[in-house]
Write a protein that binds this ligand. Sequence first.
Ligand SMILES: O=c1[nH]c(=O)c2[nH]c(=O)[nH]c2[nH]1
Length: 302
Amino acid sequence: MSIVLGPNQYGKAEVRLVRVDRDTARHRITDLSVTSQLRGDFRATHESGDNAGVIATDTQKNTVNAFARDGVGSPETFLLRLARHFLQSPQITGGRWLAEQYGWERITAGGEGHDHAFVRGAAERRTALVHADDAGLTVLAGLRDVTVLKSTGSEFSGFPRDRYTTLPEVDDRILATDVSAWWRYEPSFTETAGPAEYDERYGAVRSILLETFADLHSLALQQTVYAMGKAVLEAFDDIAEIRLSCPNNHHFLVDLEPFGLDNPGEVFFAADRPYGLIEAAVQRSGAPTAEHPVWSTIGGFV
Ligand SMILES: O=c1[nH]c(=O)c2[nH]c(=O)[nH]c2[nH]1
């Protein structure tokens, strides 16, 4: 039996990059964590330490920072620039470039918000991923940990009961989750989109996800998750598919009877674990059934 090197990739993870656009007194900041990973025939370095073809991870980090000097644009276009740059080296045959963007809002004291003072927003991040392989470039866009809650308009009943079932059926409960999603753009979008189109589309998808969460009377988080994905695909032909991952952040009604009090859906215990975890891909019927290769690069369902 002989031992051989299997699939491999390497690069710099989580380059923390803050870009200040200061062309006017009203500054804009872009706060990113960027990961660059390269693929190619890197047997030599693994087998004998011959680094002749190895673009150092330090060089990859420097390239990320240097490219930011010209502006970031949108996370998607920034990653596409990096991908096209590294793919110019003949030994690089593919790769994976990932960005997580942290939101900063202007500090507001009435009026328009401060010109150059910001407050970091919620845990929510905007995400982008560019994947390159023999078939070309694929762009995913997404979001992570968009925390939402509705205080009514959610029920859960009709599930099977066995000797281990204790959950009561409820026709009114809190529904709370942290929405994470990735959606895959068709080439028809990525071939022409610039930063403005990516930004606009990100905002539109985020709004659709939130509005659907809010408006659908939910009989199960599964129904809400599917409806959110479906609404996005119905709105945009050039989004091929979307994957969602949503924990069910349980809120349990506190028993106030020991204190002689009723509790008509007013006082809850917000449990942090365990949590239900509902994940689904929403796709177009007739699309290829084989999983697109990009999904194997994201680590986890979403
Ligand atoms: O929306 C829900 N889906 C489930 O599958 C489930 N299971 C559970 O215990 N509570 C819930 N809620």
